[in-house]
Write a protein of this length. Sequence first.
Length: 694
Amino acid sequence: MKPKTLFICAACLAFFVSSCKQAGKEHSWTVEAPGKKIKVEVMLAGNNQPAYRILHGETVVVDTSFLGMEFRDQPPLSENLNVVKAKQSAFSETWETVWGDQQKILNAYSQLQVEFEETTAPHRRFSLDFRVFDDGAGFRYVFPKQEAMDSVVVMDEHTTFQLTGDHQTWWQPGDWEIYEHLYNESLFSGIDALSKRSKHDLAQSSIPENAVNTPVTMRTADGLHLTFHEAALYNYASMTLKVDKENRRWVSELVGSPDQSKAKLRTPFQTPWRTVQIAEKAGDLIESTLILNLNEPNKIEDPSWIQPMKYVGIWWEMHLGKSSWDMAGVNHGATTANAKRYIDFAAANNIGGILIEGWNTGWEDWWDDKKRETCFDFVTPYADFDLNEVLRHAKAKGVRLISHHETASGVTQYDKQLDTAFTQLEKLGIHSVKTGYVGTIIPRGEYHHGQFMVNHYQRVLELAARHKVTIDAHETIKDTGIRRTWPNFVARETFRGQEFNAWASDGGNPPNHIPTLAYTAMLAGPMDYTPGIFNIKFDEYKKENQVNTTLAHQLALYVAISSPIQMVADLPEHYAGNPAFQFIRDVAVNWEWTRALNGEVGDYVTLARKERGANRWFIGGVTDENGRTLEANLDFLPKGKTYQAVIYADGPNAHWNDNPTDVVIRTQDVDAATRLPLVLAPGGGVAIYITEKK
Ligand code: NOJ
Ligand code: CA
C-alpha cells in the first residue's frame, strides 16, 4: 500500500458568519444540513437551560431535549445560563480512508457553536457544538480553560434524547463490562434490559438501571431509522442510555468507576460527540459516514504497514476443544508444526495472515482469579513453539503473523509489559496483534467501558502505532470512529462473536444475529466476527453446539460484514475438497465503495462492494430464520460491458438446521441492466463474485 495523505481531495469550503438564524422563538437558533432536510434547533428553555430539537423535513425526530452536567463539589451546570455568542459555519471536504468500506468520504456539514455562561457566580462557561450532516447530527460539550473550573470530576452527564413515539427498538443491555449480549427487539416501552443479563454478567458486571448500550437503533412509525451512538470517545467514560419510560426519552448514563465518578478531567476538555444517525432506509445506516466524519484525520503519517487481509488461525480448534491454549493440556494447539500447517494452508489459498493463540506462557492459570493478573508473559513462547522458526517459515511463504495478547483483564500487569512486548513485535517484524480482555478488570472496581480503560486502550493503540503494529481488540470498548485517526485499530469484537456458536449454553447466535448486528453494533466499526465455518454442526467435537446458519450464509458474511481483516475461521481440513471454498479464496477485504442493496433491521441485509484498485465486485446477502427472495440490481456495474457472476446460493433444500451445507454454485453472464433474483433459505445467504468478461 502506498503512503497516503488523507486530505488528497481538499475541496474545502469553510466560512464563518457571526449572526445567528433565529427560529422565530426567543433564544433559539437553527442550523440546517447541507441538503436542508435535517435541521437542529438549539434553544434556552425552561429555567434558562440549554436544549435542542432535531427535525427531518417537517417531522420532529428528537423533540425538545435538555442538556447539562454535574460535577463533584460544584453546583450542577444546567440552568440559569445566558448565551454569550452563537456562530455558524459550513465545511466540506473529501478525504481518503487508509482502508474500509469507502475509499473517499465526503465530510460536509453545517456547524452551530453556542457559548453559554452562568448568570450567577461562579460564571462558568462552556459551549455546545452541533454539526448537522445529511445523514444525521452530532453535538458535544466543550469546556474552555477557566478559573472557576480547573480540575473537574464529572459525576453525571444529563444528555437527553426526547423521543416522539414508542419506536421499535433493537437494543442490548447497557452492560459496563461486555457487549457480548444478543440484541433484542421490542418497542421502546418494552425494553427490559435487566432481565437480559446472563449469569456470567450478573456475576461480574453492573447494569445500574434499565439502560442500553450504543449503538442502539430505532424505527419510527413513519419508517424512519434512528441510531444513537457516540463519536471520538477519548479520556472519558463511555455513554450508555437509560430508558426513561415515563418521559419517553433516553438519558445518558456514563460508565462508572470505583469512586462512583464518571470522568476526571482538567479544562480545557470536550466530551465525545453524541450522535443521532437518521436514515429513510435501513441500509442507509450502513452507508452513513457521520461517525467517521466526527473524528480527526489520520495521525499515522506512513500507514503503508497497515494491510487489510484475510487470515487463518490456531483458534477455532481451541474453541471446539480439539486442542488447548496451554501446553500442559492434552493437545497444545500452538506448536511449531501446527503453525506451519496453517501457514502453508494460508499461502496456498490467497490468505494473508495467521493468528496464533496460545503461543506464549501463562495459559495454565488464566481462569484462576488469583493468578490471572500475573500469569501471562507477552514475550516468552512455550517450549514447543519455535517463534523464530515459525516466523522464518511465514516470511518465506509470504504470510504475516498475527500475535496474541490475552490479558485476562490483568491490565496493571499488561501495562507494565507493554513496552517490552511491542518492542519485541517491532524487532521481529510482526505488524499485527490481537488483544483480549476476558474477565473483570484488575485494578478491581474499574469497568471495561469506563474512563480508566478507555485511556488504557488508547495507550496501547498509540504505542502500537509507534511500533508499526495494528490492533484487533476483543472485549474492548466499542468503536466510536477513532479508526479514522488511528487506522491501526483495524477491528474489534464488541458483540457476540462466532465463538459463542462453539460453546454457548443458550444455543449460540440465532440466524437473525448478523441481520441485526449489521444495523446496530456494526455501525460502530469493523467487526472481527470470524466467519467461514463450513463444518456447521461439528459433531465430531461438540454434539450440543452448532452454527445456526447455512454454509452460503457463512460465505456471504465476507461481504455483509465490514472489516479490513476477515478470518477464515474453520479448520483447514474442513475446507478440503469443498468447491464453495473458492469464494473465500477470491473475496477481497478492502473496498472502493459499499452499497446496501436491500435490507430491514433484524431481518436481512444485502451489500454490494467494489474492491479497491480492481474491477472486481462482490455481493453478500444474509437472512434471518425466514427464507426470502430478494433482488440485486446490478446497475452499479459500468455500462456497455458483460460480466461473469459466480453465484454461491443456498441449495433448494437448504435450511440452517435441517440441511445447512446444501449450496449450489452457478455462473451467469450479467450486465448493468441485470436484476438478479436472490433466493435465500431460512437462515441462509448468497455470495456473488463478479468480474469483467475477457
Ligand atoms: C475471547 C476472544 O474473543 C477469543 O477470540 C479468544 O480466543 C479467547 N478470548 C482467548 O483469548
Ligand atoms: Ca470474545
